[in-house]
Design a protein around this ligand. Sequence first.
Ligand code: DAH
Length: 371
Amino acid sequence: MSDIEAIKDKYLAQVASASDGDALEAIRVAALGKKGEISLLLKTLGQMTPEERQTEGPKINGTRQAVADAIASRKESMEADVLNAQLATEKLDLTLPPLSAPKGSIHPVSQVMDELAEIFADLGFSVETGPEIEDDWHNFTALNIPETHPARAMHDTFYFPQTDENDMPKMLRTHTSPVQIRTMMDVAKRSSGEGEPIHIIAPGRTYRSDSDATHTPMFHQVEGLVIDKGIHMGHLKWTLETFVRAFFERDDITLRLRPSYFPFTEPSAEVDLGFTVEKRKRIIGGDPRSENGGWMEILGSGMVHPNVIANCGLDPEVWQGFAFGCGIDRLAMLKYGMDDLRAFFDGDLRWADHYGFDALDVPTLSGGVGA
Ligand code: DAH
């Protein structure tokens, strides 16, 4: 057997017994690499006589081709073996549930705002909004809180460093009450001072420099305003009672109106919600005068002060009304059982998953058309 035959048999045998891709690659380099044994043999063709080249050339080239083919086919069969082994051990379980796509939820504050809008819409109220950056006139002065009034100090206002074009202070609104002013002024302007009935709620963000378990620098209020002829405290009480019964979904809820003071209402009343205790849990409703029963404050209200009506360009001799302002976050906490307000605005998705509402389950405005 010639040398070249021996070389060919050697490499074909190595290829046949190669255990993996690395071993195969080592054989390829040894035989066919730049300095491989067969490559070097090919280079010797140049020094041969034409006769020698005629007999040796096909042999060496044939050997190169045979080894290259053997490596290629061995590689292919190795790859097939790997795939077959994988197919034999891995199983696809078609009965497993699919991975669910991450899904957002409706924040409890948005949910409660929608509930408010729905309940008050049934009572003939529309929703108004106003800017969160307010001026002195709308946030304080028009609400009968003049510059020197001590009530200003109670609001822990976030003021802007710059004043407005009239050199008056600008601030983040400390309550939703300025929306009352904007609405009445719009009506006065539209009707040239004539006036027309108003039934609005104004939910939205409000700001005060305050922070603990029940206060955050940004929070939410809903303002209510009714202006009409012959409006009295009875209308206020009925409206609030109807609202809390619809909101907390209980007919046995009682309200207590306690005399209070707000510059923008006269008389003013703080409104308390009657609760009882069932299984050591506070339940809104029942007889608040029973053992363990009691009252908790939920909002401020009153008859709109004649000065406020006049400040907006309407005649307080013709138009009267009531107003109220209520914390929305607290309503959400009471209805849905959270105890730390700060968690509302931390943006923790675990909290949102737990307390949020499924967009397709709740039939409210944010909640779409489900159920
Ligand atoms: N603006 C008041 C506050 O933030 C709440 C309030 C009380 C609003 C009485 C009213 C009202 O409209 O009549 O503390």
